[in-house]
Design a protein around this ligand. Sequence first.
Ligand code: SF4
Ligand code: SF4
Length: 164
Amino acid sequence: MKTLIPAVILILVSTVTASLTFSQDAGGSVIQWDPVEGSFDSLVLRCSETAYETEDPDWGMVLATVYPDSSGEFPISVQIPAAYIVDPDECIACGICINQCPTDAITADIDGKAVIDPELCIACGICANVCPVAAIFTPSSGLFYGLFGVNEEITEEFIQESVQ
Ligand code: SF4
Ligand code: SF4
């Protein structure tokens, strides 16, 4: 999986420690992290098949963007709905999954790439099984999660990652 925003600059900070945790509840997946220090406009949660502190990391797709509350504090967790998602960098716009979904949860975007509506998805997994390029997945404990701080220059700074 590759970054969704090619213009974004990613900076790896070697002094931070890994501390994201993944869990599941009735509403889906919950990603939790240590309180964030530093001045950021937003936080970006990324999901990858490889660890973030490797020599040649795969930064993965954006799962969620988190903003500070009215007092300027960031939350320390985010819930991802119990639904499948499509990595637009992997999708080849073949349309196969769209015709297979039992709830019509999948549509094509302007480029023909699949987009899943989490409100309609019942997490049956049919689309993931028929996708020829493995572009559809659901968050799981087998993946890595990375938290990045975003400043006004749209620069992403690595903050924390999950531990497998
Ligand atoms: S997991 Fe099932 S319900 Fe959800 S988008 Fe895929 S085919 Fe549709
Ligand atoms: S089956 Fe896979 S590659 Fe084809 S449109 Fe769906 S997500 Fe994209």
